[in-house]
Design a protein around this ligand. Structure first.
Ligand SMILES: NC(=O)c1ccc[n+]([C@@H]2O[C@H](COP(=O)([O-])OP(=O)(O)OC[C@H]3O[C@@H](n4cnc5c(N)ncnc54)[C@H](O)[C@@H]3O)[C@@H](O)[C@H]2O)c1
Length: 334
């Protein structure tokens, strides 16, 4: 049984706690930490876990197999470094960290300590996106010619001390939200030959809308569009539409669409076996599925280090770089 320490008991910490609960046959949350006592108490009650008022105390006082970091982005690197040096395997939410320097340091410390670090690039584990990668790799519908990914959200208001709207803490929409899609594009298509980015900012200077175009050989083009300036009553949606030689595949979480448009004029709905369905119950996320899948895979990796690392420290670092470069390009200073 893996002993888990959960640091950060806010929005994502709660999501992870529910996933750890569903993984209770292989892992047990024995300690939780949050600077807000009521948040820590709420999650500790789910497991009968020990409570700490800061992540540092949890790391220094517990001997753990896993430390799960669900802190605001600007704290990821500091705590992930402490956790790896304390001999724990680390799961850290996306984006892996706030700056390129922090990303490089995490790569270095991971290498030095040899501990496992998995980044919460959850789209790599999201059922519809897992299915899409499989059909691309297998060439089921021929060659991919173009792809569009979108992620649209109202302004996130739930963060502790409003950290998502402080530039030094979150990096803005592109690092927080858009990173999901640019990370996934690189996962399915590799390093682009050329990148073009446009975007705009809120009055506070934070990126809040972005459109990235990743260009590949043979004129294969993938675009990703992200926004968190939609009205408060807009339902969060993530979607893709991918054109292949022999079919077009579209998914839209907002309207519940998942369809393959075939060249003969017929349509089919892909059958995917969801590993786990559970309600997230809050925020802009409707299902626990991808979060459960990624944490389950993390425990698989601990048990069998020969399995491929799907969201490694180097992948997380590259996605942070791409998001930050995109923000700079959108500002027009690159
Ligand atoms: N994968 C996804 O789909 C997804 C979705 C939302 C957020 N996230 C990421 O998850 C991370 C957390 O975001 P969130 O929305 O849960 O934020 P949040 O503000 O809801 O939660 C952060 C928690 O950390 C606590 N905290 C702050 N400093 C602490 C410390 N030193 N020790 C212990 N606890 C401390 C806060 O009190 C708060 O409860 C961010 O990096 C965010 O980008 C990922």
């Amino acid at each position: 049984m893996l002993k888990v320490g959960l640091i950060g008991c806010g929005f994502m910490g709660t999501m992870h706690a529910n996933c750890w609960k569903a993984l209770s046959d292989r892992a047990e949350v024995v300690a939780v930490a949050d600077v807000r006592p009521e948040k820590a108490e709420e999650l500790a009650a789910l497991f009968g876990a020990k409570i700490y008022s800061d992540g540092k105390d949890l790391i220094e006082n517990e001997k753990l197999d896993v430390i799960d970091i669900c802190l605001p982005t600007y704290l990821h690197e500091k705590y992930a470094v402490m956790a790896m040096k304390a001999d724990a395997n680390v799961f850290v939410e996306k984006p892996m960290c706030r700056t390129k320097e922090e990303a490089q340091n995490l790569v270095k410390v991971q290498k030095e300590t040899g501990k496992l670090l998995q980044v919460g690039q959850v789209i790599r584990f999201w059922d519809e996106y897992v299915w899409l990668k499989k059909v691309i790799d297998e060439g089921k519908y021929g060659k991919l010619t173009s792809a569009t990914f979108k992620r649209m959200s109202p302004r996130p208001t739930w963060g502790w001390e409003n950290w998502l709207h402080v530039p030094e803490k979150s990096g803005g929409m592109a690092l927080d939200l858009h990173v999901h899609d640019i990370d996934y594009i690189r996962y399915i298509l590799g390093e682009p030959k050329k990148i073009q980015v446009v975007g705009n900012e809120h009055a506070d200077g934070l990126n809040e809308y972005i459109m990235s175009t990743y260009i590949y050989d043979d004129n294969v083009i993938a675009t990703a569009e992200g926004a968190w300036n939609f009205p408060e009553n807009f339902r969060f949606s993530m979607s893709f539409c991918v054109r292949f030689e022999k079919a077009t595949v579209c998914h839209d979480s907002g309207i519940g669409e998942f369809v393959v448009y075939l060249e003969n004029g017929e349509k089919e709905v892909p059958v995917i076996e969801k590993q786990f369905e559970g309600s997230a119950g809050s925020g802009n996320i409707s299902s626990l599925g991808g979060y459960y899948n990624e944490l389950r895979y993390f425990t698989d990796l601990i048990a069998d280090p020969t399995l491929p690392q799907i969201a490694s420290v180097t992948e997380g670092a590259r996605s942070v770089e791409l998001a930050l470069d995109g923000i700079a390009m959108a500002k027009g200073n690159k």
